[in-house]
Design a protein. Structure first.
Ligand code: SF4
Length: 275
């Protein structure tokens, strides 16, 4: 079990925390956990489960507060990460652990721990990436903004901010697949569907879609997909030769409109681009 805490985690929305916890298994944990706080309670209060039942909510809240990790909690290991030092991160290989900052060089297999080298070599051959080169500028064919993990309402809002006033690049197929029917309905109430439509994206029904190559939503040949989904294993998006680059929803939006892996911070800061 991994417990996540600290100011960066506490500042995340509930969907952000869920994304973080979803990926815990890739680090070897069976579950991820964030202690309940006001963000949690506000989110739960808004769910249908407690509608019109303040008394039940108050009872449950008391229980949730009782299961917070205490000041005296002990851990097998504690890892401290400076969130300010992490730039937008993308994958270069074929597991979610094959990651690098978007402007940083893809690692050479020989610089990795011996146990990881053979897999890295195969992954780089499959992806067609060059060690020493950054992922920024790598061309993409498909931009998939979806999955239960990274297509919740805050994700779609953040991506729509990047897309607004821009269009999917020539030759790129852009898909938006909300993480659930509830998210889809909420996004449509806010008009986010129109933003994506206007930007040249397909606005689709909620579902797994290209997260795992569902139905016709599959990569063809060795197409490259900028994906906000959560796994990039070989064949995951329906084509044995397909290539998946995982990234945040905002980064998928940036890749969609530029046609290549792009540091979204540069795009958002470009004043001459019409917004
Ligand atoms: S396949 Fe479906 S349920 Fe599984 S992670 Fe992807 S979107 Fe979620």
């Amino acid at each position: 079990m991994y417990e996540y805490g600290g100011p960066a985690v506490e500042s995340l929305s509930m969907p952000g925390r869920m994304t973080l916890c979803n990926m815990s298994i890739e680090g070897g944990a069976r579950a991820g956990y964030v202690n309940p706080d006001e963000t949690t309670y506000d989110w739960l209060r808004d769910t249908d489960a407690f509608e019109d039942d303040a008394e039940q909510f108050a009872e449950r809240r008391q229980y949730w507060e009782s299961i917070r990790s205490g000041e005296d909690a002990t851990y097998d290991d504690v890892v401290t990460i400076d969130a300010d030092a992490i730039e937008p991160t993308v994958t270069w290989g074929t597991t979610p652990g094959h990651t690098v900052g978007v402007s940083e060089p893809v690692p050479a297999p020989e610089d990795l721990p011996p146990a990881d080298r053979a897999v890295a070599e195969r992954a780089q051959e499959h992806m067609g990436v060059e060690p020493g080169e950054p992922m920024a500028g790598f061309p993409v064919d498909v931009a998939f903004l979806g999955s239960c993990t990274n297509a919740r309402l805050p994700d779609l809002r953040a991506a729509a901010e990047i897309v607004e006033g821009r269009e999917v690049a020539d030759g790129v197929r852009g898909l938006v697949v909300p993480g659930s029917q509830r998210v889809k309905a909420a996004a449509e109430r806010e008009g986010l569907d129109a933003v994506f439509h206007d930007g040249g994206f397909e606005w689709r029904d909620a579902g797994c879609s290209m997260c795992l190559g569902m139905n016709d939503d599959q990569l063809e040949g060795d197409e490259v997909c900028a994906a906000s989904s959560n796994r990039n294993f070989v064949g995951r998006q329906g084509s044995a030769d397909g290539r998946t680059i995982l990234m945040s929803p905002e980064m998928v939006a940036a890749a969609a409109v530029t046609g290549e892996v792009t540091d979204v911070r540069n795009l958002a800061a470009t004043p001459e681009v019409a917004r």
